[in-house]
Design a protein around this ligand. Structure first.
Ligand code: FDA
Ligand code: NAP
Length: 448
């Protein structure tokens, strides 16, 4: 640890998914433009190499935003880090245009993200999990312009300490399991789907269940139906049938950069209206194409007189227990709200995610972070957690700000603009702090 002690950065990004990758690029473009305001940065990612929801890279899964909502275009349409630049570099630009589709596959977008991160790789360290963010030991907040980050290697051993004037936390969504269901080798959350599935012998999977009625559940149900022609696939869905994700143009405006201001500066009623009317743009909903493809499979089953795709609708999983190789799933629902136990060879809980939650990382530092009446972080418009006045460092959030900034908090739609706003904020605050120090030094000199 000692050889790298006292590394000091203006900004350290915690987590390197699309959000902080977009930030790394915004900082790189600031530097390349010859700005005097270079921000010395480092990005720490716990995965051994770049990966964006790898366990859900299912064949034919497509993006849920336009390719133009890439890492940069809405901030800087001239950027060389755009999806179009990537297509050009890959020699596929004409073919992509011929395809006439705004929504590339997740596989292709993943390749784009890998291409982009390789171009800023000098400031990314993989296999590095940030385990804590604190003030330096025995230092009062007003006396420190740095935070101290402990970083663990792949074995979990803290092997590095870095100091940062600002941290940008972007550690992503947190998988959520039904109560009474623990993950194991036959009980999977969708976020670990491909990894766990590939460990199984497909012949052993004759009866599988997928809980949930969102995009993850529908995609996994389609995948299992196609990959396991000998198996019954049970979809356990709380709704009557899959509900469609509203991506029509007026509704889609909730993802526009301008909607962030409308949400942030709006009243409680405004914010409530966003959720009441537009939750169905993202949560517990499925792309129309995927719904139709699944229905087609059910119908073809009917024609053939087989029932491989089964539905338990209006039903929720209320518990899962393992008995030998059998996975017993308790469900509650149906028209008579009956509780039943069913046996499966494996169950996938595509039961969604909780919002990013940085409290654990912040430890004691959390007492300097202000919260609202509901116990949620107060967040400035520039995505910085509001802190006690004596705190001089910035703690920025990319994610976990749905309550303050709206629906785009956990999505890709606004990452380019948001990253630009965070860079502007870091640069402006530094300029303010430098000016303050100069005045104080001058006053001190005059007095002396
Ligand atoms: P993301 O979760 O991508 O990255 C967080 C990173 O932080 C991870 O790489 C993680 O390993 C790392 N990390 C966590 N803790 C750490 C620590 N302590 N130290 C170091 N590293 C740490 N949205 C959308 O707008 N369009 C879409 O098409 C999709 N598609 C999609 C598919 C699937 C399967 C899911 C589950 C979600 C989506 N989403 C989406 C929503 C999704 O949240 C979004 O695409 C991005 O992943 C958000 O990027 P972030 O960088 O914020 O988080
Ligand atoms: P989600 O939209 O939150 O859906 C979770 C589903 O699980 C809901 O239908 C929920 O029902 C259900 N559920 C929760 N608890 C349950 C229980 N105990 N029993 C049965 N069902 C239960 O989560 P998601 O599908 O993982 O999607 C999360 C995000 O990832 C979204 O932004 C989505 O667009 C994105 N995504 C994108 C792609 C892609 O780009 N191709 C693929 C997958 C996911 P209730 O609502 O009733 O609780």
């Amino acid at each position: 640890m000692s050889d790298r002690e006292h590394e000091i950065y203006d900004a350290v990004g915690i987590g390197l998914g699309p959000s902080n990758l977009s930030l790394a690029i915004a900082l790189e473009e600031l530097r390349a433009n010859g700005s005097e305001n270079e921000v010395k940065s480092l990005f720490l990612e716990r995965q051994p190499s770049f990966g964006w929801h790898r366990n859900m890279l299912l064949p034919s899964a497509t993006m849920q935003v336009s390719f133009l909502k890439d890492l940069v275009t809405f901030r800087n349409p001239m950027s060389s880090f755009s999806f179009i630049s990537y297509l050009h570099a890959s020699g596929r630009l004409p073919q992509f245009v011929n395809n006439q589709d705004f929504f590339p596959t997740r596989e292709e977008f993943h390749q784009y993200l890998e291409w982009a991160q390789a171009r800023v790789a000098d400031r990314i360290v993989y296999g590095s999990e940030v385990t804590s963010v604190r003030l330096p030991p025995d230092t009062a907040p007003e006396l420190s312009d740095r935070l101290r980050l402990e970083v663990a290697d792949a074995t979990g051993r803290v092997d590095r300490v870095v100091e940062a004037r600002n941290v940008v936390i972007s550690t992503g969504l947190v998988p959520s399991m039904p109560e009474g269901a623990e993950r194991d080798e036959r009980v999977w959350h969708s976020s670990e789907f491909l990894e766990k599935y590939r460990r199984m012998n497909p012949r052993e999977l004759r009866r599988v269940a997928v809980a949930g009625a969102g995009q993850s559940a529908a995609e996994i149900t389609r995948f299992l139906y196609d990959e396991l022609p000998h198996a019954q696939v049970w979809a356990i869905i709380p709704s009557y049938g899959y509900a469609i994700a509203d991506d029509t143009p007026y509704a889609n405006q909730v993802f526009d950069p301008g909607a962030v201001d409308d949400y942030y500066y709006g009243t409680e009623q405004t914010r409530d209206a966003f959720w009441r009317y537009h939750r169905n743009t993202n949560y517990s909903v499925v792309d129309g194409d995927v719904i139709r493809e699944l229905y087609r499979r059910s119908y073809d089953d009917d024609v053939r007189g087989v029932r491989r795709l089964r539905f338990l609708n209006l039903t929720r999983v209320i518990g899962v227990k393992r008995v030998g190789a059998e996975t017993r799933v308790s469900v509650e629902g149906g028209p008579d709200a009956e509780v039943r136990e069913l046996s499966f060879d494996a169950v996938v809980c595509a039961t969604g995610y909780d919002a990013m939650e940085p409290t654990g990382l912040l430890g004691d530092l959390d007492r300097l972070c202000l919260r609202d009446e509901a116990g949620r972080y107060r967040v400035e418009r520039d995505y910085r957690i509001m802190t006690a006045p004596e705190m001089r460092c910035g703690i920025y959030l990319q994610g976990g700000t749905e309550h303050t900034h709206g629906l785009t908090s956990s999505l890709l739609s606004n990452i380019a603009v948001r990253s630009g706003e965070i860079v502007d904020s870091i640069v402006a605050r530094r300029a303010g702090q430098n000016a303050e120090s100069t005045i104080l030094a001058k006053v001190g000199g005059d007095v002396g």
